[in-house]
Design a protein around this ligand. Structure first.
Ligand code: FPP
Length: 254
């Protein structure tokens, strides 16, 4: 849907539909992939069937994001709060990164995708950690899309850990409180080296952040859709980017 509050230049294709403005592709897109459970329930399937389908969607969306020129894609795959789910579901979710990478790593390599993670992976099962580390190592020199999985990630946890280390550095005298800046804090977060997301997408009609990238999303554009994650298609991603391109980012200015 075109945002009628802002003037914009529409780029028409031959068939009259708008196409993406290549000069204004969001560099970093973060996605809260929500609605797997409801998707499964609607179909009379167990919740894990929704997660399995959701994993397939990740493959498509990584490809599409790469194709349209997105540079960084952060996916919220498991939050620090998701441990509260039934044991069997947690177990299933924990195995997904390994399953995904087992199948997709050759493709990611071929497409020059670089895998990285944010979150406390030390609490994940050994096999999961091993699969993720292997993917991170093997794709370390790739220069294309950065695919950043948030695994056992929580925004508040990230901030608490950062403050603890900073507190120690201040106590030891290696950081002077006067020298603390936004940049210094950004460089101490798990997203070190990544630009802040330009666009946040959340599926399934929920309109909240759920402890995701609390610092990094300060000036991001938000886009919400009723579509459940397992039903999320390339076209939905394109629609989100189109709407992003109609927004006028002001960063508090006019
Ligand atoms: C939220 O839906 C989804 C999750 C907690 C898991 C996200 C995981 C995937 C999409 C699979 C891909 C993962 C990898 C590592 C490739 P929900 O279960 O909260 O849905 P509900 O709100 O309808 O119950």
């Amino acid at each position: 849907m075109i945002n009628r509050f802002f003037s914009h230049t529409e780029l028409k294709t031959d068939n009259g539909s708008t196409r993406l403005d290549q000069d204004n592709i969001p560099s970093h897109i973060a996605i809260i992939m929500d609605g797997n459970g409801r998707w499964a329930k609607n179909k009379g399937l167990p919740r894990v069937a929704g997660h399995r389908e959701g994993m397939k969607v990740v493959t498509n969306i990584v490809e599409k994001a790469n194709e349209i020129g997105v540079r960084y894609l952060t996916l919220y795959a498991f939050s620090t709060e998701n441990w509260k789910r039934p044991e069997k579901e947690v177990e299933f979710l924990m195995k997904l990164p390994e399953r995904f990478l087992e199948k997709e790593l050759p493709n990611l390599q071929k497409n020059n995708v670089k895998v990285r993670t944010i979150g406390d992976t030390s609490l994940l099962p050994r096999n999961t950690v091993r699969a993720v580390e292997k993917a991170v190592e093997e794709t370390a020199d790739n220069t294309g899309l950065v695919l950043n999985f948030a695994l056992n990630y929580g925004g508040r946890h990230e901030l608490v850990e950062m403050v603890k280390v900073l507190g120690e550095d201040i106590a030891e005298g290696t950081v002077n409180p006067e020298d603390i800046t936004e940049n210094l804090l950004s460089e101490r977060l798990l997203t070190q080296g990544l630009p802040d997301p330009d666009l946040l997408i959340r599926t399934s009609g929920e309109i909240r952040l759920s402890n995701f990238m609390l610092w990094q999303l300060a000036y991001s554009e938000f886009w919400f859709t009723e579509v459940l994650w397992p039903d999320f298609k390339d076209e939905d991603l394109v629609e989100a980017v189109k709407e992003y391109q109609q927004r006028k980012r002001r960063y508090g200015g006019v």
